[in-house]
Ligand binder design. Sequence first.
Ligand SMILES: *Cc1c(COP(=O)(O)O)cnc(C)c1O
Length: 483
Amino acid sequence: MKLIFERSVPGHGCSVLPECDVPTVIPEGFCRQSRPRLPQISENDLSRHYTELAKQTHGVNDGFYPLGSCTMKYNPKINERAAALPGFTGVHPLQPEEDAQGCLEVMHRMETMLCGITGMDAMSLQPAAGAHGEFTGLLLIKAYHKSRGDERRTKIIVPDSAHGTNPASAAMAGFSIVNVPSAADGCVDLNALQTAVGEDTAGLMLTNPNTVGLFDKNILQITDIVHKAGGLCYYDGANLNAVMDIARPGDMGFDCMHLNLHKTFSTPHGGGGPGSGPCGCKDFLAPFLPGPRIVRNETAYCMEYQNTSVGSVKAFYGNFLVVVKALSYLCMLGREGVREASCNAVLNANYMMHGLSDLYDMAFDETCMHEFVMSLEKLKHDTGVSALDAAKAMLDYGIHPPTMYFPLIVHEALMVEPTETESRETLDEAIAIYREIFQKAHENPDALHHTPAHTPIGRPDEVAAARKPVIRYDYEAVLSEND
Ligand SMILES: *Cc1c(COP(=O)(O)O)cnc(C)c1O
């Protein structure tokens, strides 16, 4: 398909800007000398261009999208309506508190609900994503040790089944990382953990359910070991979709955590934002939370700036409209609905795993949480068809592949997270497709090396796309090519 620049025809256009009626304040010398070369295109062609572009992608609204670790569930449109209400979109961050009571109430109610769901005592809605929430939580841990004059604690323990952002966030926060391996059952190796903790342990970060889709059955021992060594426990709650109203990190000994509103609580994601990764903590860490905190006194909501805070991690109050969507979603579900969502997420994953486990090898052949990991190592060995080939083949059936080659601790991994919003019929169709691909791998493996055949793009050079992205239209190159 053509780029918008290639559709441009001089003289075509669809915008009529009003005459400038304010003084031009840009100093002489800073103004551009020539007009920007924006595409010139009629409104009709513009609209067709973007419609065509939209048709080339796959989203939750197009079909099954079981991208493990991402919770690509359906987000009810009504929540977008709530977030589009003029009272929410028109508010200014510097508006006086008394004019923004409704917005403050939204944030305060959200914090209270999230504390209820997680068992934490306080929450900050400021972080803009999961990894950002992790970073914030680690700053709390750092501030806590510092406040006690205990500055030897410079290490964060991260099990190898953690999400990749965990060690990255710990490094960003200035800690060094101690890796602990998983035992054969996919849970943290308790002996290795016991050996890893010590006087230099600042804390542990646990992704639970972990990246192989398992709830760590030794979770209480894990938090106990870390606490006895004087460290704090951080819970990566991005996988909260599996455990809402069933198990609470706060009851399992965790001191702080984050969760992802854009995974679990109804914000479409995948395009790079906006997201929200609230960071919650127990009372003793609350003085360090980023500000401002929203508090309710007898008559009104107000903002409180704490001088013990680690400081702001984002301008103003975070991505407020994501919070509005999440609140709308939670009010709609109610407590029972929240639990049902988690139960169905786990049921759907187990249903699908069960429908495949006679053909595909499961990385861990036991009841999973909201996602499961298959290893195609044997299939590759027997037929030459890799996890990549199988994933690409799915595109020709009009479904999105699962996450590939993650987690790293499983070879030829495909990580499937169906989510609770898929019907049994959709799961049955997907199971049939996965089974057919398995069959094809044995009958005609060569064909699978060349899939997909029916998508706008076949197999892009993924390394070049990541390392040398072309994100700017190069007029000069095109003009000289045309010479
Ligand atoms: C998605 C995810 C994250 C990171 O969240 P972002 O919003 O992408 O920064 C962290 N941990 C786990 C377990 C996740 O699934």
